[in-house]
Design a protein around this ligand. Structure first.
Ligand code: TEU
Ligand code: CA
Length: 544
């Protein structure tokens, strides 16, 4: 079988540092806290950590607003702590993938401070400025993703700057070659420290061409990425994953195919599928499994022979997967296992978001002052101004808001879930008394044990890495089933995505005796042509 690069047999694990583990009782997770938990991750079997931003930052967007690309935020530790993390992770066979946030900086970055002080500063052109519109107002109607206008006026220069996110996150002008050279030098600084690669924040936004109407999905993206690769990570044994909310199966290969600069993309077609066409994430639609399978199946097909999929349902911007796609009550454990089985055994590299490996759930806030996320607070202000009732907006935020994923990691049943000895920056989920690492790891049938098994399978079974993908029963409204084939080996995966028992009829050629690799409800070694599935039951069978 073909030899695969390390990131195709490895599983990624995302850490949101602020919420992972607080080592010094100042209410905020930090790098020494991460180091103290590396054994948990090594036991899980992951191959690399995607570390959300740890750079120096005023934390308007929890680090996605960078004030100094070459230093660590004091909240999180020091450069020395970072080097220790890389070394300690390496000792355990784990690489550290950094978050690269280069669509924008913090407004506190020295470049922006110079840029906003004078039109003559060389850094002025590192950002995107336009004169006021005819009425003296913003140059366009463009709204920020975080609420309010995407333009803010700076009297010192008499111009507006563009910020697709908050006003504290001015967009960089990638058309400026000196700016690009600065970014590439910064990337080499981290590569030289021994990191395992980059996850690239909103990478398709760097290619914007606003005078031609392109704010996102910009036409210059691929030119810049090719240049970036040549100047930085090309020829180094690292992984690169570009985040894009605009990428489609039609454009994916331009990012991560043979001709593309990157190894993978994080795409969100399966996420946005579940949003309201008008109100977006703040008004989720009922889950539609057939549509969900159609999207994920199309991605499997599009990247079957070129490019490589990333496999994920959760990250720091999304609700908890067991709450969104499973059942976070009665069937929490079974549905968490089911989701993991379906995702980890497709073709691609799976990513686990912190807490997912113990089935952490959404939180439920009742008051707006309990929320912390800049996106939620900004959109709340817009929604209230537009006449939405506060409780309606809060219901949407509880279902789909980003704070769901950002409540502290639940390590134990103790005070503050063992996350901090202080008062955490955002409330701990009250269910930590039941849902926590200590309790789940003590259970041989727990969610952690299930993840560990799936992660190990990918390392040992070529069919998991290389097998072709074929959806089975695409129109079934409750069952997600597929077959992977490789070198005479066949892997069949069957999962009941519903809380009721289901009958599922397989093609006759799929029935037979095999070896059960993983199962949520006791072993299934024989695949019957007519299957009776328990609520949220899932299993995988290998045929040789
Ligand atoms: O997210 C990209 C992004 O566009 C999100 O804001 C997303 O659109 C939103 O959550 C869905 O409603 C990346 C980071 O992952 C996110 O945490 C940052 O806030 C954002 O970029 C800005 O850097
Ligand atoms: Ca701390």
């Amino acid at each position: 079988s073909p030899t695969a690069p390390w990131w195709q047999t490895a599983t990624g694990y995302q850490i949101y540092p602020r919420s992972f583990c607080d080592s010094n009782g100042d209410d905020i997770g930090d790098i020494p806290g991460i180091i103290s938990k590396l054994d948990h991750l090594a036991d899980l079997g992951i191959g690399f950590i995607w570390l959300s931003p740890v750079y120096r930052s005023p934390m308007a967007d929890n680090g996605y607003d960078i004030a100094d690309y070459r230093d660590i935020a004091p909240d999180f530790g020091t450069l020395e702590d970072f080097d220790t993390l890389v070394a300690e992770a390496k000792r355990r066979g784990i690489r550290i993938v950094m978050d690269l946030v280069v669509n924008h900086t913090s407004s506190a970055h020295a470049w922006f401070q110079a840029a906003r002080a004078s039109r003559d500063a060389p850094e002025h052109d590192y950002y995107i400025w336009r004169d006021p519109g005819a009425d003296g107002g913003p140059p366009s109607e463009r709204k920020s993703f975080f609420g309010g206008p995407a333009w803010t006026f700076v009297p010192e220069v008499g111009r507006y700057y563009l910020h697709l996110f908050s006003p504290a996150q001015p967009d960089l002008n990638w058309a400026n070659p000196a700016l690009r050279a600065e970014i590439y030098a910064m990337m080499r600084f981290w590569l030289d420290r021994g990191i395992g690669g980059f996850r690239m924040d909103v990478i398709d936004l760097i290619g914007k061409d606003i005078d031609r109407g392109f704010y996102d999905g910009g036409p210059h993206t691929f030119r810049y990425l090719a240049e970036m690769r040549a100047e930085t990570f090309g020829g180094r044994d690292v992984v690169t994953v570009g985040e894009s909310w605009n990428v489609t199966t039609g454009t994916a290969l331009a990012f991560c195919g043979k001709e593309g600069a990157l190894d993978m993309v994080f795409q969100f077609n399966h996420v946005v599928e579940g949003w309201d066409p008008v109100y977006g994430k703040w008004k989720p639609k009922p889950f539609d499994l057939v549509a969900f399978k159609r999207v994920l199946g199309a991605w499997q097909e599009a990247l079957a022979d070129d490019g490589w999929n990333s496999l994920f349902l959760s990250n720091h911007d999304l609700p908890r997967q067991v709450s969104k796609y499973g059942d976070d009550g009665l069937y929490r454990v079974a549905s968490a296992k089911m989701l993991a089985t379906v995702m980890h055994l497709m073709k691609g590299t799976p990513f686990v978001y912190q807490g997912e490996e113990i089935g952490m759930t959404n939180t439920a806030f009742s008051r707006i002052d309990q929320f912390r996320d800049v996106e939620t607070l900004g959109n709340y202000a817009d929604a209230i101004a537009a006449g939405t009732a506060p409780e309606d907006f809060i219901a949407g935020a509880n279902a789909n808001g980003r704070d769901n994923a950002r409540t502290p990691m639940q390590w134990s049943a103790g005070e503050q879930a063992g996350f901090t000895t202080g008062t955490p920056w955002i409330e701990v989920n009250a269910n930590h008394t039941e849902i926590n690492v200590a309790a789940d790891r003590a259970d041989p049938d727990g969610i952690f044990a299930h993840y560990r098994c799936l992660i190990a399978l990918r390392k040992t079974l070529p069919v998991v890495v290389h097998g072709s993908f074929r959806m089975v029963g695409a129109e079934d409204e409750a069952v997600f089933a597929y077959v992977r084939d490789h070198d005479g080996e066949r892997l069949a995966v069957v999962a009941n995505f519903s809380g009721t028992p289901r009958d599922f009829v397989l093609d006759a050629d799929l029935a037979g005796n095999g070896e059960c690799l993983v199962a949520s409800h006791g072993p299934r070694d024989r695949l019957e042509a007519h299957l009776r599935l328990a609520p949220y039951e899932s299993f995988a069978v290998l045929f040789k």
